[in-house]
Structure formats: structure tokens, C-alpha cells
Design a protein around this ligand. Structure first.
Ligand code: ADP
Ligand code: MG
Length: 478
């Protein structure tokens, strides 16, 4: 696989020594993914999607979400969302007003260490109490009909129905007894019943699926939802007859949302343009050989890849070379794993001043790198740009694969994206569009045909909408 050779001006305008120029030429070459290469990755992505739809255990897991059919934007009523899995427990009331409009009110409460590690019954009682208090505050405690609730339970669950599943293991510091091997929906429902809270837990929600639905409510042509935050994942709407591995019962609609789990794309290392810096990151991660695509694309990792390049340059005495007695003081911080945050890259890339004053300040305050020269700052910015641009282009291959796999008509499609990387990284979206244009030259106006947009709150609005779909499915099947 060849990547594009760096343009001569790309190197010379950095203004370094011949040794630095030679180094950068190689780095630019390694991090550049040209159009031809993008197309190859997209094609491999599509082949892997097919494998995942065909059988269990494929690299792209392509998990059926049990969420059937599409939203029209006309849905109305009160729906609840519950988000458990981070530091806080969040309850959200979403009032769908039709015409793609909605209102939300929410409350947050802390889950104590005692609750996180005590009996599951206590945790569920606490959650039920929080829901009860919230409903009272909202004047909804005496509802005649039960409210439907979408439960974003961010732990590994083997799902068997839209509101049935089994917790396989705890993660993220939770370790309640009497929960593994049980259905978190039933345990919560029991607690709600004990307290006479008029709420039905009608859907277990994955955040990617929630992101898709939260975008779809006011953009019914939504085809996919993506997460580009700490991690990377996507979900899209698939035709039932293409999910050949599906053994479930006949559905209420002819389409179902698929949670792709695409962070694991190409764990076999067949196509991704892995550099030695990516390999170093993978080897030193808590999950070597796993989530390789995610490690090149998502917020958790980009800063560390950049740091790996910077420290390599430092070790070769091509960057930040100082007198012996001063070097030790500043090199400690940059030598520490994960010390270079992806948000620093955002800030550095946003620095358009001629003397890189802002870049120098970021390096000084966060990494104790004092007296960075303008030339050094220019090199560092260039490296951020290479890593950030590659991430955006690789992220675009997943969208190109979904679009080509599904096919779109003249009206095009919407893609909802959640996550700080997409939201805050300068040019991330523009670079994705650029890559999409290269992969689909037949589309004359990419921004009008494949409409990317920020879709916040998949675990709130999205979860409530999942509950809404679940209630509809139940009606159709009943
Ligand atoms: P989560 O994915 O956990 O729901 P976010 O969507 O906020 O949370 O993503 C957090 C990730 O985004 C972190 O890995 C962080 O490195 C990255 N991030 C946070 N702020 C920025 C920023 N300004 N620019 C780029 N990346 C950022
Ligand atoms: Mg998030």
C-alpha cells in the first residue's frame, strides 16, 4: 500500500535543518492517507460489515439493537430516560411535541461508592427513589398510564429483546452483588413496582443507537449515528433481509438499527496504515490488539499518538534539544504516558498566530516545556495536524462504507455525530467532508448530500426516543 509522497513545500515551509526535514518527510509520508488508500479502507470496511451481518463473532460485531423501524418526527408524549454508567445517575424527562421538537428536564444524583459495590437491590431501590422524586418534582407522580423509560445501562449486556438482557460483567468501578448473570431491566422494574412508581422500563439503550435516534427525530432521513468522543463507534439502519444471521422472531418493521461496534475494525491489521507510533500505543494500552481503528480515530488516543511522535523526535535530538542541565527539568512531563491531551491538539491547531504564541503557552503551562522556539512550535503544530487529519479521514471511511452499503437516493442522508472530538476539534468535520468528497467524486455537493451534524445526548433524548419506538413496536405486535 502506498501513501502519497509529501509535497516538497510541506516540508520546506517548516524551516528546519536538513535532518529535521528528512525526518518530517518520512512522518508526513507515514501519516498521509491518499484517496486511493481511503477507497481501499472503505471497501474493506464494507466487506467486514457483510461478514458481521452474516455470522456471530466477526470483527465488526454488527449487533442487532432490537430497535425496529424509523422515526417520523411526529411522535408525541412524555418519555423518560435513565443513564447509569458514569459518575452520576441522570434522569431525563423528554416531552416530544411533534414536528421534530422536544423539551427536556433532568436531574442528576451521585452514586456513592457504597451503592456501587453493595447489593444490587440497594442500587435499584436508590434508582427507583430518584425516579420517584423526579416525577413528584415534575408533577407526574399520579400518572394514569405508565411512562415508558429508556435505560442507558453502559455495561456489557447480552441483549435478547429490546428490553431484556443479561449483565455479563461489571466495569468502571461498579461491582454490585447479585447482578451478573441477571437482567438489569427486571431488577430495576421490580424496584419500581415495590415503590409503586408508574414507570415501565421499555428499552435497554446503547449510546450509538441513541445518538442515531436523537438525530432522526428532527431529521427523518438520518441513516447513521456516530460517536467520536473518548471512543469511536457507529450505528445505522439496516434492511432486515440483509441481517442474515438474525434468528429472532418476525419484526414489527422491515428495518432494524445495527450497533456496528466498529472501534474493532481491522483488528487483524489487514489494511489500516499503522505506524510504529500506533504500534507503541497499542502495545502500551490496557487492551493490546483490540479496538485498533478506535485507537487511530478517537479522542482518548490522538494525544498519545502525537506524544509518541514528539518523544521520538526528542530522542533523535531533532526537537527541543537543550543544554544538558536544562533538559531534564522540562522533559519529565512529556515523557509521562497520556500527558499530551487531545484537547491540546485542538488548541494548538486553532493557533493561527505567526509567532505561535498560544501554542507556546499551551506547551509551557501544561507540559513544562519552557522557551519553545517558533520553529519548534511550527513542527509540533504540523505533527498535531498530521495525526488529527488522519483521524478525520479514517473516520470518514466508516461513513463512506455505510452510505455505499445502504445506497442513498437524490435526497441524500443525515448522519448524527456525538462526542467532544467531533464537536471541538477544529477542522475535524471539514476534513471528514474532504475525505468523503474524494471517496465519492460523483456527488457534486457533499455537504448537501451526506449531511453531518452534531447530535448530542444519545443517552437522554436518544434513550427516551428508544422507549418511544419500543412502545410503538409493542402496539404493532400486540
Ligand atoms: P464520552 O465519549 O466519554 O461521552 P466526550 O464526548 O466528551 O465524552 O469525549 C471525551 C474525549 O474527547 C476525551 O478523550 C478527550 O480527549 C476528547 N476531548 C475533550 N475535549 C476536547 C477538545 N477540545 N478537542 C478534542 N478532543 C477533546
Ligand atoms: Mg458521550
Amino acid at each position: 500500500m502506498s501513501s502519497k509522497a509529501p509535497q516538497a513545500h510541506e516540508v520546506t515551509e517548516l524551516g528546519g535543518t536538513p535532518e529535521q526535514e528528512a525526518y518530517m518527510r518520512d512522518i508526513i509520508d507515514q501519516f498521509t492517507v491518499d484517496t486511493n488508500y481511503l477507497n481501499q479502507i472503505r471497501d474493506h470496511f464494507m466487506a467486514e460489515m457483510d461478514k458481521g451481518l452474516e455470522k456471530e463473532g466477526a470483527t465488526l460485531a454488527m449487533i442487532p439493537s432490537f430497535v425496529e423501524g424509523r422515526l417520523t418526527g411526529k411522535e408525541e408524549g412524555h418519555f423518560l430516560a435513565l443513564d447509569l454508567g458514569g459518575t452520576n445517575l441522570r434522569v431525563v424527562l423528554v416531552t416530544l411535541e411533534g414536528q421534530g421538537k422536544y423539551k427536556t428536564v433532568s436531574s442528576k444524583s451521585r452514586v456513592s461508592e457504597e451503592l456501587k459495590t453493595g447489593p444490587m437491590r440497594n442500587l435499584c431501590d436508590y434508582i427507583a427513589e430518584c425516579v420517584d422524586t423526579f416525577l413528584t418534582e415534575q408533577g407526574l407522580e399520579d400518572q394514569e398510564v405508565e411512562l415508558n423509560l429508556g435505560y442507558t445501562f453502559s455495561f456489557p449486556v447480552l441483549q435478547s429483546r429490546i428490553n431484556r438482557g443479561v449483565l455479563t460483567t461489571w466495569t468502571k468501578g461498579f461491582a454490585c452483588t447479585g447482578a451478573v448473570g441477571k437482567d438489569p431491566v427486571l431488577l430495576l422494574q421490580d424496584a419500581l413496582l415495590r415503590k409503586h412508581v408508574p414507570v415501565k422500563v421499555s428499552a435497554l439503550v446503547n449510546d450509538t443507537v441513541g445518538t442515531l435516534l436523537s438525530n432522526a427525530y428532527n431529521k427523518p432521513s438520518t441513516l447513521a449515528g456516530l460517536i467520536l468522543g473518548t471512543g469511536a463507534n457507529g450505528a445505522y439502519i439496516e434492511k432486515f433481509d440483509k441481517i442474515t444471521k438474525w434468528k429472532g422472531s418476525k419484526a414489527s418493521a422491515d428495518e432494524m438499527i445495527i450497533n456496528m461496534e466498529f472501534g474493532a475494525f481491522d483488528n487483524e491489521r489487514k489494511i489500516l496504515p499503522l505506524t510504529r507510533f500506533d504500534n507503541k500505543l497499542d502495545r502500551e494500552s490496557i487492551n493490546p490488539h483490540a479496538q485498533l481503528y478506535e485507537k487511530m480515530v478517537s479522542g482518548m488516543y490522538l494525544g498519545e499518538i502525537t506524544r509518541n511522535v514528539l518523544t521520538d523526535m526528542i530522542d533523535r535530538e531533532l526537537l527541543l534539544k537543550r543544554d544538558e542541565n536544562t533538559s531534564l527539568a522540562w522533559s519529565k512531563e512529556i515523557s509521562r504516558h497520556w500527558s499530551f491531551e487531545t484537547a491540546f491538539m485542538s488548541n494548538i491547531e486553532a493557533d493561527n498566530s505567526t509567532d505561535y504564541a498560544h501554542t507556546k503557552e499551551i506547551l509551557d503551562t501544561n507540559l513544562n516545556l519552557h522557551d519553545v522556539t517558533t520553529t519548534e512550535a511550527r513542527f509540533i503544530k504540523k505533527i498535531c495536524e498530521l495525526v488529527g487529519k488522519r483521524a478525520a479521514r479514517l473516520a470518514a471511511t466508516s461513513i463512506a462504507a455505510i452510505v455505499k452499503h445502504c445506497g442513498i437516493d437524490a435526497d441524500g442522508c443525515d448522519i448524527g455525530i456525538d462526542g467532544s472530538l467531533y464537536e471541538f476539534y477544529p477542522s475535524f468535520e471539514a476534513r471528514m467532508y474532504e475525505a468523503l468528497t474524494e471517496m465519492m467524486p460523483e456527488l457534486t455537493n457533499i455537504r448537501k448530500t451526506i449531511r453531518l451534524g452534531l447530535a448530542r445526548d444519545g443517552s437522554g433524548v436518544g434513550a427516551a426516543l428508544t422507549a418511544c419506538v419500543a412502545a410503538r413496536m409493542e402496539k404493532i405486535i400486540a
